[in-house]
Design a binder for this molecule. Structure first.
Ligand SMILES: [Zn+2]
Length: 511
């Protein structure tokens, strides 16, 4: 699996370079005046560059800034520029999280963003913190499809905005994913509803035009993916629209999207500043918009000095605490595939820390890969950035069987386990069901009592992995990443993460 993926990225990287030599206007840019939309998404506090799976450094706040400014400069004075972000700006690194996203707002203010989408992780630190960041931002953070439970619009979340660019008036509509209730701390958004975005966009597009907008652009924290076809929330949205929309800048799925649906360019630039997207929209009505996603190849870019100063100041604050080495890894631990050794290692750490029979770790909560060699506490922080705490759940064997079945219910495991092994199969509709399950090597005894370690996000229903109603739940004073730190520190060095498949499709590669 790995080699084709790497190869695809290399090709993609080369393709991106080929169509966008620095300092040149792409030959496919419109002949007349045009609006250049430059976009980022899912920045996740990534102030510093990161190596990809083949060791290529990508992103970094100062490098993303330079790439954005180069993309803006290369078409001046023929283009007007609109800078947008598709949401999930703050969550994910020590420098950003310890300051609750302030460094990212400062960076985005410096770059002159026009608007951002309200991502699910914008809610991670509660409403008060989000509102404080909204006050700091000199750009609107928009969520037009967010409502109170009774259907009223949420007065402190702006829906849309109109910005002037030359003679154009660009109406911008922002969206949040309908998955928000299960992809941030559920209690933070329990009073909110995230409604179907398509009718919302249609209504706001009409309203924006009535208020003088000449163009309408959507910036949505709504994801998707493209293989043989393009699917997911953002494509459902694009296909359902009845009002004209000029472009959709998306986010949330961390995918590379460069597609066109019903004539609307739909783009997404992976995540963490690995890429930026550029959409050129003719302002004189001379033809369709065209989009492009460009990699941010750190080594080829001179960092932007103003952005570099912001990055340096905020990363220096956390250097002491988070640069401490905690272990040495025998090999790189990546998150490729539905089951991986990094997930097994984390589940083992949580079972050991909680002293339970079984541990279940939601795979969506594993946020970064780990490189081989020395690992710092800061790198573990990026793997588990949420400050989730562990929870010990006690349940009957019959309930445990049902609980574990939730992991494979969607036909593909969405969690890792420790202390259990599960063979599952899929029905003709693609839903998964458990064929056999063993705990500590033995079949589950329906009448026995079992303990299961999960995290407080799951305990609140996150990722659809809330505990059974009849279970007893005990909160533990253990932060998940510290369980991992303590566990890897105790293991023989270099650490070998457990590769054995613990959840597998029946009939395939049983362990
Ligand atoms: Zn998201």
């Amino acid at each position: 699996m790995r080699r084709p993926l790497r190869f695809a990225f290399l090709l993609l990287t080369l393709a991106g370079m080929a169509c966008a030599p620095p300092g040149a206007v792409p030959s496919t840019s419109p002949a007349g005046p045009f609006l250049r939309i430059i976009g980022t998404n899912d920045f996740h506090g990534a102030l510093e560059p990161r190596a990809d799976s083949v060791g290529v450094q990508l992103g970094g706040g100062a490098h993303v800034a330079a790439a954005i400014r180069a993309a803006a400069a290369e078409c001046a004075p023929r283009c007007e520029v609109l800078l947008l972000d598709g949401g999930d700006m703050f969550q994910g690194t020590p420098a950003s999280n310890t300051a609750y996203g302030k460094p990212v707002v400062e960076l985005f203010n410096e770059l002159g963003y026009a608007a951002a989408a309200l991502g699910n992780h914008e809610f991670d630190w509660g409403i008060d913190t989000l509102r404080a960041r909204m006050r700091d931002a000199r750009y609107n953070i928009l969520g037009a499809n967010v409502r109170y439970a009774d259907g009223r619009d949420v007065e402190w979340i702006p829906n849309d905005t109109i910005v002037a660019r030359g003679r154009a008036r660009i109406g911008i509509i922002g969206l949040s994913t309908q998955q928000t209730p299960t992809t941030t701390r559920p209690q933070n958004v329990a009073h909110l509803r995230f409604v179907d975005p398509a009718p919302v966009v249609d209504a706001h597009a009409r309203s924006l035009r009535a208020r003088g907008a000449t163009h309408v652009v959507v910036v949505g924290h709504v994801g998707g993916w493209c293989a043989a076809t393009c699917d997911g929330e953002v494509f459902d949205l694009a296909r359902a629209l009845t009002e004209p929309v000029d472009a959709i800048v998306s986010g949330h799925s961390h995918t590379l999207i460069d597609a066109t649906v019903k004539g609307i360019p739909v783009v997404q630039a992976r995540s963490r500043g690995q890429s930026i997207e550029v959409v050129d929209l003719p302002l004189d009505g001379s033809g369709p918009a065209r989009g492009e996603v460009r990699p941010v190849l750190t080594a080829r870019i001179t960092p932007d000095p103003a952005a570099a100063a912001i990055v340096a100041r905020w990363t220096a604050r956390v250097a002491g605490e988070f640069s401490r080495p905690v272990a040495t890894l025998a090999e790189r631990l990546s998150r490729a595939g539905a089951q991986h050794s990094l997930g097994n290692l984390i589940a083992d750490a949580q079972r050991a820390a909680a002293g339970t029979d079984v541990a279940v770790m939601n795979s969506g909560g594993i946020r970064a890969d780990l490189d081989s060699g020395v690992v710092t506490y800061g790198e573990l922080f990026e793997v588990q950035p949420f400050d989730n705490t562990l929870v010990r759940v006690t349940m009957r064997g019959s309930d445990l069987r049902g609980y574990l079945a939730q992991i494979v219910a969607r036909g593909r495991p969405n969690a890792h386990v420790s202390g259990a092994s599960i063979a599952y199969s899929r029905d003709s509709a693609g839903a998964g069901r458990i064929d056999t399950v063993r705990v500590a090597g033995a079949p589950i005894d329906d009448s026995a009592s079992y303990t299961v370690a999960i995290n407080d996000f799951m305990a609140a229903g996150g990722d659809g992995l809330g505990p059974p109603a009849a279970a007893s739940v005990e909160a533990l004073p253990i932060i998940d990443r510290n369980a991992l730190r303590d566990y890897v520190m105790r293991l023989p060095q270099p650490v070998e993460a457990p590769r054995t498949l613990r959840i597998w499709l029946a009939g395939q590669a049983a362990p």
